[in-house]
Design a binder for this molecule. Structure first.
Ligand code: ATP
Length: 368
């Protein structure tokens, strides 16, 4: 008898295009459930974000948090709107609170060129871009959030915090990921990105990475200063495999890297901890295009594929892993013909067109 995984997914659509790309993901996940079989996903939708804050006074209601604690995984759309802010001027960002609450220390940002889409880079080697940026997410410069040392109206200090424990776990995560990718035929190279030439905290981050890397002699490991890494990401991004970096550098470099494959609508992410994980497109709520059916759902669909893959590993369930792989291939195949062109790329394909094309590639349910 085959085991049947029944999993509870907290769906957190949030604000702006978050609601549109979340709806697309649920449609695609339902199609996969019946196509692959052997697992069941119970979707439970919960409010959070800027509109929720305006309505209830809380950007992350207690009931939403408790439901997320009970869930097997979280699927997040986007949180925050530029005109809804805390009193100190910072934006509503419930995803940052979720990262801290669940200690989602590894921000996993895969960046892969899809065939059939134009590249912003002129080199034909741009088609080879296939890298993963791992961003530390519980400390670094983001530690300063809510902890600023404000000295009257003349000075503000934000502190970067780097700990041995935080750096060790994220370095180990990136090295394990490098090893998994090596086994799947990727180069197996892990690059630590820092600013060790200027900051003692960053020299400490690098030292811990180098210590941990000794346990992975089969991997090629190196270190790069963040400024050089930014340059090389633009001029030869195909040379990177796995990169690991501090929170703020990761925030900036992951948007830069998303731009290399066409834009934010192509960039999925997973925020992974020891027991919990949240999957979301790397983009925000994009209020300029919200409610018009223009959002590219690809980043969200690839995030949903990452969720299935992670759930498959957590539950040792091959059907979930198979569904994750099928979704990724369906996205690739939908674009490969070259006729689907997201509005973000100057084309005409809106959220519904892209969702339909991916579902068509997933195909009919397997015969019982
Ligand atoms: P945040 O600060 O929450 O990351 P942001 O305001 O910096 O968000 P995004 O919302 O990520 O920026 O998006 C920046 C711009 O990129 C948007 O205004 C929109 O034009 C475009 N964009 C982002 N995501 C998508 C998408 N999925 N499809 C199409 N265009 C998008």
């Amino acid at each position: 008898m085959t085991r049947h995984s029944s999993l509870r997914i907290s769906v957190l659509p949030g604000d702006g295009i978050g609601t549109e790309v979340s709806a697309a993901a649920l449609e695609v996940l339902r199609a996969l459930e019946s196509r692959v079989g052997g697992f069941a996903l119970a979707f439970e939708e919960h409010p959070l974000g800027a509109a929720c804050f305006q309505r209830t006074g809380s950007a992350l209601p207690e009931a939403t948090l408790r439901a997320c604690e009970r869930a097997d995984a979280m699927l997040f759309g986007a949180g925050g709107l530029p005109n809804v802010r805390h009193a100190d001027g910072t934006e509503i960002a419930p995803q940052l609170d979720l990262r801290l609450h669940f200690e989602l220390y590894a921000g996993v940002r895969p960046v892969r060129a899809l065939q059939g889409l134009p590249s912003p880079l002129s080199s034909p080697r741009a088609a080879e871009i296939d890298l993963v940026l791992v961003r530390e997410q519980t400390e670094g410069l983001f530690f300063a959030r809510g902890n600023a040392d404000v000295r009257g109206d003349s000075e503000v200090r934000d502190t970067m915090r780097i700990t041995r424990a935080g750096s060790t776990r994220v370095a180990d995560f990136a090295l394990r990921l490098g090893e998994r990718r090596r086994q799947r035929g990727r180069p197996g190279r892990v690059t630590c990105v820092d600013k060790a030439n200027v900051f003692t905290s960053m020299a400490f981050f690098r030292r811990i990475f180098e210590e941990r890397a000794r346990a992975f002699p089969q991997l090629a490991t190196d270190c790069a200063y963040v400024d050089a890494a930014a340059l090389n990401l633009v001029i030869k991004p195909w040379t990177f495999d796995v990169m690991v970096t501090e929170n703020m550098f990761g925030d900036i470099l992951s948007d830069l890297a998303a731009g290399l494959v066409g834009g934010m609508g192509m960039a999925p992410s997973g925020d992974i901890g020891e027991r919990h994980a949240l999957f979301q497109p790397a983009h925000g709520s994009a209020p300029d295009i919200a409610g018009q059916g223009k959002a590219n759902p690809t980043a969200m669909l690839l995030s949903a594929a990452m969720m299935l893959d992670w759930l498959g590993a957590q539950h040792a369930d091959a059907k979930l892993a198979e569904a994750g792989g099928l979704l990724e291939r369906a996205v690739d195949a939908a674009f490969a013909a070259g006729t689907l062109r997201p509005i973000e790329f100057g084309g005409q394909s809106g959220t519904a067109d892209i969702t339909r094309a991916v579902i068509a590639q997933i195909g009919a349910p397997a015969m019982a």
